[in-house]
Design a protein around this ligand. Structure first.
Ligand code: SF4
Length: 85
């Protein structure tokens, strides 16, 4: 059976962004919102340390981080909560 690029995610826990990242790796298209979720999943290696806040507010994607303290923001305004400045 031919391996798919997303097979490398098999050991990842289920999390927001995993399915979207797998779809992207396999050549699928993502909405902007799903791409943001996929990036955070990729960045944290599938939330290897747990589905928790990355605590990196310097990242431009931090307002949209799925497991951010207080939840992800709906718009791109820069509102910091959790993590160091
Ligand atoms: S918000 Fe956090 S998890 Fe998401 S891409 Fe930025 S540093 Fe990585």
């Amino acid at each position: 059976m031919k391996k798919k690029p997303s097979d490398k995610l098999a050991h990842w826990k289920n999390s927001t962004g995993k399915t979207a990242y797998a779809r992207y790796l396999n050549g699928g298209r993502l909405s902007r919102a799903k791409a943001l979720e996929a990036k955070c999943a990729e960045c944290t290696n599938g939330y290897a340390d747990g589905r928790v806040d990355c605590l990196l507010p310097a990242c431009p994607l931090y307002p949209f981080m799925p497991y951010r303290a207080g939840g992800p923001q709906k718009s791109g305004t820069r509102k910091r909560s959790g993590g160091a400045a």
